[in-house]
Design a binder for this molecule. Structure first.
Ligand code: SF4
Ligand code: SF4
Length: 540
């Protein structure tokens, strides 16, 4: 293990570590633009120059690997002067248009100017004029003048997306980033270039001019677009999600998101489909809004006959979009209050998986829903089995905890026509439209809990928004139903932590997991290895 000294601090690091990595691991800040921990080293911005004892000139910390006995200084006068010089060169042609730039407030150029430069310009010539607002593709817009030619975006497209749709053209102060003739930047991962652009050169068409970055509030969560469960930061303002940014979880998404997932937040606020008040089916077949008081009476009327020992004709459909704790709460409702003989996990139809992140299952928590049913030893009939049970008359009333199901299935729609449907739902879809009573369910961004991804990793989702118009998170929806059905006195599952604790009683997989100390990267749920125990007992 090479030993080195950075700013007087002695460090032991693994062979092959660069100076910038060693410094970062020790909490020593070296500024950089072009370096990115997940991309190859370009060493073109020169912002990370440091002084290394016995080296004849300053060296780029991103490129130079540590050697045993190396002595590095990141704060000498020579280094600080070099940083100022780099900043001055970068700003020679940069338009100082921060007041109208989307990156303002989170721009490396702006931040480093304040930290490492703060001098006036000596340049009194005319700046090079380049193109503004160049549409590179459906999601990404380029301001050529703001680009500092770090090539992060080019390297991302080549090395990660494996789709080299961007290039650097011309040289010197005329150099620009661009696409090739007739080939737009339309890769399904194109928006990652916006996220890694250190300045305001690449902006997202979706987020441009929406809200200044300093007004945003942030919450760590997980993308609900598919079963990968990419780690995200939900940026929100005035109780509306404005964008997702990625978090780098080495075991899940390595800091990247697909564009579909990145834009999937739009469904939460879709004015055409969002459900914010209860509805019931009128005698003419239309869905009409009703008050919560009316909804309460209707809920008692429709589910009341299924309380206690009954004919077992109530089915429970559990959406794989719900949190694990939401599923647990509805299963507890079925176990303690209602008699349910048919259970099914339902979910959105598959999409095409790809080689980078997307997995076929578009549901973020199928594994969590399965974990719950296995824990309670409940057989999952699946959507197909549930449909058959409705067709045969074995299920006459169906309670939906989330309605997400492939909309195009005609047989499913016909089966729903034969039964009484009570649905907790976030958005209008064919299933919600077929219900007799619809109750507003909060989206994942409006609740706390966990998802389990396709790898079996349990990850925290955190409430970013106040539930719109009082619509209920799944745990509260189950509690509300229990209250309406007369079980309020004994109902003890009123938040996600209490639901988690109930689930823990039913599965060994959560034995060592504490809900409130689930770390930012989640935990891989692993079954105990019985073979070692069996071998041990055989040997004794
Ligand atoms: S557009 Fe952004 S990421 Fe790409 S080279 Fe320019 S500054 Fe770097
Ligand atoms: S791969 Fe899946 S989880 Fe990741 S960003 Fe895309 S949709 Fe979301």
């Amino acid at each position: 293990m090479p030993k080195l000294t950075i700013d007087g601090q002695e460090l032991d690091v693994a062979p092959g570590t660069s100076i910038i990595q060693a410094a970062t691991s020790a909490g020593i800040d070296i500024p950089f633009y072009c370096w990115h921990p997940r991309l190859s080293v370009a060493a073109n911005c020169r912002m990370c120059l440091v002084e290394v004892e016995k080296a004849p000139k300053l060296l780029p910390a991103c490129e130079v690997q540590v050697r045993d006995g190396m002595v590095v200084n990141t704060k000498s006068d020579k280094v600080l002067d070099a940083r100022k010089a780099v900043m001055e060169f970068m700003l020679v042609n940069h338009p100082i248009d921060c007041p109208i730039c989307d990156q303002a407030g989170e721009c490396k150029l702006q931040n480093y100017y304040m930290k490492h430069d703060q001098t006036g310009t000596r340049f009194d010539e005319t700046k090079v004029v380049k193109n503004k607002a160049v549409e590179l593709g459906p999601q990404v817009v380029l301001d050529e003048e703001r680009c500092i030619n770090c090539t992060r975006c080019v390297r991302f497209m080549e090395e990660v997306a494996k789709n080299p749709q961007l290039g650097q053209f011309d040289r010197g102060d005329r150099a620009v980033i661009g696409t090739f003739p007739g080939q737009p930047l339309d890769d399904p991962y194109s928006m990652n270039t916006v996220e890694i652009c250190p300045v305001g050169a690449l902006t997202s068409r979706d987020f441009r001019f929406k809200v200044r970055s300093w007004f945003l509030k942030h919450e760590e969560s997980v993308c609900a677009g598919c079963a990968r469960g990419c780690n995200i930061i939900v940026d929100h303002y005035e109780n509306e999600v404005q964008r997702y940014r990625s978090r780098d979880n080495a075991d899940v998404n390595q800091g990247w998101l697909c564009d579909d997932g990145r834009l999937s937040y739009k469904r939460i606020h879709d004015p055409d489909t969002q459900i914010t008040v209860p509805h019931e089916r009128a005698s003419d077949g239309r869905m009409v809004p009703i008050s919560w008081e009316q909804a309460k009476a209707r809920l008692a009327e429709l589910l009341g006959p299924h309380v206690g020992e009954t004919d077992g004709t109530l089915g429970l459909a559990l959406s794989a979009q719900l949190t694990t704790e939401g599923v647990t709460s509805f299963v507890e409702l079925a176990e303690r209050v209602l008699q349910v003989d048919t259970y099914a996990i339902i979910g959105r139809a598959d999409w095409s998986a790809d080689k980078l992140l997307k997995v076929a299952d578009r549901n973020p928590n199928r594994a969590g829903a399965e974990l719950v049913l296995e824990g309670y030893s409940i057989f999952d009939e699946g959507a197909g089995g549930l449909q058959k049970a409705m067709e045969k008359g074995e299920v006459k009333t169906l309670l939906f905890a989330g309605t997400d199901y492939p909309d195009a299935n005609e047989g499913w729609k016909a089966a729903l026509e034969k039964v009484t449907v009570v649905a907790w739902a976030s958005n209008w879809d064919d299933t919600a439209n077929a219900a007799n009573l619809v109750l507003p369910l909060a989206s994942f961004a409006e609740q706390d809990g966990t998802f389990v991804n396709f790898q079996g990793r349990m990850q925290r989702i955190k409430r970013a928004l106040k539930p719109v118009n009082g619509r209920k998170p799944a745990v509260e929806a189950a509690a509300y139903t229990a209250d309406v059905l007369g079980a309020a006195k004994d109902w003890n599952i009123r938040n996600w932590v209490s639901a988690f604790k109930e689930l823990k009683k039913h599965t060994n997989l959560l034995k060592d997991v504490q809900p409130l100390s689930l770390g930012p990267w989640g935990v891989l749920l692993e079954a105990e290895d019985d073979s070692a125990a069996a071998e041990e007992s055989a040997a004794s």
